[in-house]
Design a protein around this ligand. Sequence first.
Ligand code: SF4
Length: 258
Amino acid sequence: MGEMTELRADCTRCAALCCVVPAFLASADFAITKKAGQPCPNLRTDFRCGIHSDLRDRGFTGCTVFDCFGAGQRVTQELFGGKDWRSAPELRQRMFGVYEVVLHLHELLYYLRAARAFDDDPDLDATSAAIDTAAADPSDVDIHAWRERVGPLLEAASARRRDGLGGVSRRGADLMGRDLRTMRLRGATLRGAYCIGANLSGVDLFRTDLLGTDLRGALLHGADLRETLFLTQSQVDAARGDATTRLPEGFRRPRHWA
Ligand code: SF4
């Protein structure tokens, strides 16, 4: 483990764990219902998606916005030596359980490293190292305890980064479908806020904390996301933008954006 790129999904090195481990409920995000541990019917024998280029039109938007933060390839390659649940069915239950734990740990690692990019608290590094070690041997991991430890670190780093900007707290706010173009969000926190379908076009998001903000269908045309805090590729993929939307370095512009 090392660089941030290892905290992004690399499906070419994974045995399609995200296509089999979670349960799906037929909804706007998934066209079908399936049980946890049951392979998606669209999954091919080579562990590639049979409808990859057509996911949104076929009702699988949820698949296009999911990111395992690199847990899939770590479990498949590093923890199970390249084995997969089809050719080694005896590993199936253990592999699936490990994947669920590592998925949570990698998400925490992603946020810790995102914080480390703008804050020099040595606890961020120490906690990252400890979580990385836990992910290498996830047999007895208390996810809740790790979340309790990481949460205050991220909170403090965010507060330091936003200090002096006069940003308001919209933590957990219900902003669904709202026109936010005139709302002052510079230096604000939108942690856990519901911005589904909200209009954030052209909004000043300088050092706006977006940890866990639900941006599904949010309009980001002309918005500058380069200095936002804790943005994920999944959030970008779930939102709507265009060529005028400015993304942080290393982020992909979604194919479905105009
Ligand atoms: S539709 Fe494709 S990407 Fe989505 S779960 Fe099924 S096989 Fe995987």
